[in-house]
Design a protein around this ligand. Sequence first.
Ligand SMILES: [Zn+2]
Length: 354
Amino acid sequence: MSHPRTVIIDGERISDCPHGVNETIDASGKYLIPGLIESHAHPSGIDSLEALTSYGVTTVMNMACKNYTACERLRGQSGLADYYSAGIPAQGPNSSHAINMKTPADQLVYPDSNPEQLVDWAIGNNSDYYKITVERNGPSQEMQISLVNAAHALGKQAMSHAADIESYLQAINSRTDGIQHTPSDGNLSQDAIKALKAQEQIFVTPTMAIFKYAYSNQAVMGFVAGSAVTGGNSSFSNVHSNVAAMHEAGIPILAGTDAVGKLNENVTIPFGLTLHEELQNLVAAGLSPVEALNAATRVAAKWHGLLDRGVVELGKRADLILLNSNPLLNISNTLDMEKIWVAGREYLDVSKHP
Ligand SMILES: [Zn+2]
């Protein structure tokens, strides 16, 4: 936390030039933090971006695209959360994701698929990173390594969904970049955590939020069955202890939620609000409030290669939230928002939480 100071917004950026300032806000007694980066969500339309922005989310990483034309429309929406996207994920035939997402047969990964071609297609369709869904009936270890290498050869990151121990080990061995989710079916061994730590490019977006929603709501559990949650021995306490262990080992942790918005009458995983809840989940798992905030700001920016944001510094994007109370005293104070700016533009419809 810095001493009280003046922050100047000039166009899209934070500036130090006081000339031509046409509006001054007295923010004494308030707290200015960087706009939040949601590292795992599934916004499907402009309304999703509006919901995210109203909670101070100024950047969102879409973690699977179903339709490249539809995903393209969400890019570069001025005044709304800045959108980045994966491509159509690499999924195996008969995997639970392929069945749930009704992934077209010609997009699935078969043992004889050409990994370079699959990755070329996704990146050629403007995907910012490549997504691989590691699960039962998903891509083999060998195929996954080839997919990761193909993404790296194009200068792109590979994100791997993995929500059980076996898939986690495969993801670690593949030298993927971000691992999405946390194993829920047991505790990662010390060896697994060592191997994870040894892969210096790996970061983890645990998405504790989706597990928490699933374990407290049967309908959500049904929606994520077989994907985030693997039945049998799975529990939220496994998720909690794995996140605690990874954090303790110094693995970079990013804040993401798997929010999808309202799916039907019984299943809603709200955009924006869920990211604030994830900060609380991370603190409960042992991160300090400042570490949790970093997981949604500077740490997320660093690992996603978004070097123009995530901190309140000269020359960076003016993605900002003005809070009425101190988030370092209580992380839930991130919900006490007074004002939000996205790349210098004020977003007026701020969600208010009593
Ligand atoms: Zn997801």
